[in-house]
Design a protein around this ligand. Structure first.
Ligand SMILES: C[S@@+](CC[C@H](N)C(=O)[O-])C[C@H]1O[C@@H](n2cnc3c(N)ncnc32)[C@H](O)[C@@H]1O
Length: 221
C-alpha cells in the first residue's frame, strides 16, 4: 500500500530494470556507444523511458510521430521499433554530428526508412510541418530539446496533433531543481515556466509521470 509515489534507491531501481525493462540489444549497444561520448552522454534518455515511449506508441496506435531532440537517436529508435511498417517519425535536431551516431543503429534495426531526420532548429522544422501538412496530421510528439523553447514546442505540437493525440515532454522535474527557488539557472526557470504553462491548460488531459527526469503526458482534448 502506498499513498504517494515511492522513492527508488539503487537496489529498487536495479530491481525495476531487471524485472520491468526489456531493452533490445541494439538499443543497449547504442547506449553503450553514447556513454563513450563522455560529458554529453547524460542527455540520453534512460532505458525504462525508452521502453515507456515504445508502449505509448502502441497505446496511441501512432503511425505519425514527431520527436524534438534526437541526440544520438536512442528515443527515436525506441519509438520506431514499435511503429507499424508504414509508420514514420520526424526526428528534429540541430546536430548532424550527434545524430550520425545513431544512423548505423537505425539501419541495422531496419528502421531507417521510418525515421525522417530533419537537421535545423526545432521551431523552424515544426513550422514547416504545419505549413506542409496543416493541423491534426500527427498522433504523438515527444519533446526533449532546448528547454527555453518548450512552450513553443508544446503549442506547435498541439497544432500538429489530432484530437486524442499525445504529447510527452521530458525533464519536467529537472533533477529536482524545479523546487529550489534559489536556482535561477536558465533551464530551471524555463522548465518551471513550462510546467506552470500546462498545469491548468484545459485543452489537454494531463499526468506528470515520475519516470526518468519526469515526463509530462498531455493528451489533446
Ligand atoms: C536531451 S538531448 C535529446 C536526447 C534524445 N531524445 C535521446 O534519445 O536520448 C537534446 C537534443 O536537443 C538538441 N537541440 C538543442 N537545441 C535544439 C534546437 N533549437 N532545435 C532542435 N534540436 C535542438 C540537441 O542537439 C540535443 O541533441
Amino acid at each position: 500500500m502506498s499513498v504517494r509515489t515511492i522513492q527508488l534507491d539503487d537496489s529498487v531501481y536495479d530491481y525495476m530494470l531487471r524485472v520491468g525493462t526489456r531493452e533490445p540489444d541494439i538499443l543497449r549497444r547504442l547506449r553503450a556507444e553514447t556513454a563513450g561520448l563522455g560529458k554529453y552522454a547524460y542527455m540520453q534518455i534512460s532505458p525504462e523511458l525508452g521502453q515507456f515511449l515504445g508502449l505509448m506508441v502502441e497505446l496511441t496506435g501512432a503511425r505519425r510521430v514527431i520527436e524534438v531532440g534526437t541526440f544520438t537517436g536512442y528515443s527515436a529508435l525506441a519509438m520506431a521499433l514499435h511503429l507499424p511498417a508504414d509508420g514514420r517519425i520526424v526526428a528534429c535536431d540541430i546536430s548532424k554530428e550527434w545524430t550520425e551516431v545513431g544512423r548505423p543503429y537505425w539501419r541495422e534495426a531496419g528502421a531507417d526508412d521510418r525515421i525522417d531526420l530533419r537537421i535545423g532548429p526545432g521551431v523552424e522544422t515544426l513550422d514547416a510541418l504545419i505549413a506542409e501538412e496543416g493541423a491534426g496530421a500527427y498522433d504523438l510528439v515527444f519533446i526533449d530539446a532546448d528547454k527555453d523553447r518548450y512552450i513553443d514546442y508544446f503549442e506547435k505540437a498541439l497544432m500538429l496533433l489530432r484530437t486524442g493525440g499525445l504529447i510527452a515532454i521530458d525533464n519536467v522535474l529537472w533533477s529536482g531543481r524545479v523546487v529550489d527557488e534559489t536556482d535561477q539557472e536558465a533551464g530551471t526557470v524555463a522548465i518551471r515556466a513550462f510546467n506552470d504553462h500546462v498545469a491548468k491548460d484545459e485543452r489537454v488531459t494531463l499526468s506528470l509521470v515520475p519516470i526518468g527526469d519526469g515526463l509530462t503526458l498531455a493528451r489533446k482534448r
